[in-house]
Design a protein around this ligand. Structure first.
Ligand code: ZN
Length: 181
């Protein structure tokens, strides 16, 4: 996301302060400036290059409605938060966490602030080596390594249960034909 422009940048408006009127004005100007017909008459050989024009259209489609603009803003914020540097204060094996329940198992460990780091086994499916887990209350993160034998066994059991449930669902839907032989 860092290399590509946001819809706001495409239109050259302020993400926080621009009103729908501001955006509409900026869109009209940008659409005019990037219109393929205009470009063709101005620059030799540039005929047919409508990529900027399409970006301007896409930006307008999202930003003209307050609902889709709000949803887009939320996505930008989430991306920024994910890209921000996470400070990892500690690192330990998942075997050092308390486990409770199964399918999914909840792993917890007390944070020094008094609250706890908490991660569910189904979140572990996405990352096999290590996962950065935030504290529920403070800004600290810990890196949890997924190398422990006991954790691996629990994880395998969970993965198998998930696979079995998926297969059962597929069988129920009648889409398992080519898997069986
Ligand atoms: Zn904490």
């Amino acid at each position: 996301m860092s290399s590509s422009r946001t819809h706001y940048e495409v239109l050259g408006v302020d993400a926080r302060d621009a009103s729908t009127e501001d955006i509409k004005r900026a869109y009209k100007a940008a659409a005019l400036a990037s219109h393929p017909d205009k470009r063709a008459s101005r620059v030799d050989g540039a005929a047919g290059d409508n990529s900027e024009f399409l970006k301007v259209q896409a930006a307008w489609e999202i930003l003209k409605e307050s609902a889709s603009r709000a949803a887009y803003d939320a996505r930008l914020l989430e991306t920024a938060r994910r890209d921000a540097d996470v400070v990892v204060s500690d690192e330990f094996d998942i075997d050092d966490m308390d486990a409770e329940g199964s399918s999914p198992t909840k792993f917890t460990r007390r944070c020094r602030c008094g609250d706890a780091y908490e991660v569910w086994s189904d979140e572990l499916l996405a990352s096999f080596d290590a996962i950065d887990v935030p504290c529920a209350s403070c800004s600290l993160h810990v890196r949890v390594r997924l190398t422990g034998g006991a954790a691996a066994a629990k994880f395998d059991a969970f993965a198998m249960a998930t696979a079995a449930a998926t297969a059962a669902a597929a069988a129920a839907a009648g889409t398992k034909d080519d898997a069986a032989s």
